[in-house]
Design a protein around this ligand. Sequence first.
Ligand code: GAP
Length: 456
Amino acid sequence: MVTLDQIVQYAKSTGYIYQGSELYGGLANTWDYGPLGSLLKKNIKDAWIKKFQRQTPYNVLLDSSILMNSEVWKASGHVGGFSDPLTECKSCNQRFRADKLIEDHNHSVSADGWSTDQMYQYLIDQQVTCPNCGKKEFLPIRAFNMMFQTYQGVVLEQANQIYLRPETAQGIFIQFKNIQRTTRKKVPFGVCQVGKAFRNEITPGNFIFRTREFEQMELEFFVKPGTEMDWFNYWKQFCMDWLISLGLKKESLIFDDHKPEALSHYSNATTDIRFQFPWGFDELWGIASRTDYDLKAHQLHSGENLAYLDPDTNERYLPYVIEPSVGVERLVLAFLTNGYDVETLDSGDTRQILHIHPALAPYKAAVLPLIKKEHSGKAIEIFEELNQYFDVVYDETQNIGKRYRRQDAIGTYLCITIDHDTENDQTVTVRNRDTMAQVRVPIKELRNYIEKETKF
Ligand code: GAP
């Protein structure tokens, strides 16, 4: 199994992910997505939108604001309750999330749903040690609100205080009525949104797994009360199938159904899809049946009637909601972990390779002139034709073997080589990243060939 250090090193050296603010010594736990990483993120988001919105009869898209009226966060419960249990080591003053300390102390214990008193008592009874200094005394646990606050306008006063959104979901709930009215969608229907979210996490870490700024892809799926368990199971399987169809190994994925006593107050069923990250299975995707909690809260707080009128039965009700919510960066880490390999070839040489689904690969193809002086003119012509349709890269430096290795290492799915025969028969050699098999393809069929080979 690949280690996290190997992934970090690989991501930095290839141009997938750089340390944020590196030039100025960095800013802890921030990461910038380089030329490859930004293409990978784009491809993941495109694949999600394609499957979750475009190819279903149910769902539409939304792009709501990051900055919203503070009342949104009061109504949703985030101002009062979006907090993590914070404790501090009495000796070294290092701060920790108490639930994580407990779970790291005993991997078979889940502190989900525990009160702060219960957690504190556990720390004392079990003599949990500080991971930083090894002492065993912690300060009482307090709730730490994770929302980033800022001010709108020029006056730094309470009335102007706003928050960076900690999830994209609330933007969907508060536009539920407008979306339903303008699209004339009938329940069941859903709203997909991709966008940044911000949380002042107490313990960010594990590279891009838990950061303070990240991107979410959320679906809020509105259903008739009483049908929610069927839809919950439907979306659970839909998410799992999507991950497997994009090449994540089945054995690296599990459902973790939350026990009834560990459910959040707004949920009547929740499951996580957990992926085997380098440190073990951990949450990739949360799927929750959220009842009518959010619409009810916004209806109450805003005074607006948010009920849906069923045009077939004339029934009026607040829909229940199923919410699959996943972080783009966690998917990036999962696909890098899943695909990274160092293979030993028959010749005894090794090659670094990223086995990533061609639809996600930053470059679908690399265009390579066999000999720079002789073949670069034709190669550039082919490159400029193909880059109208695909993300392709052109490379003419060093020998062809080295160029193949470079493309394998970053996951480029096909290598197209322009050689001595190209001028005569108008064909090129196309090499497959995974099998290394080579075929001759007529230039005029290249576009269709790439499309077919990299389709999702
Ligand atoms: N609207 C529901 C919601 O936000 P969540 O379980 O808090 O639920 C959903 O977050 C998903 O967002 C997680 O499963 C994870 O993939 C991603 N996520 C949450 N916090 C994150 C963080 N600090 N860094 C990176 N991804 C995060």
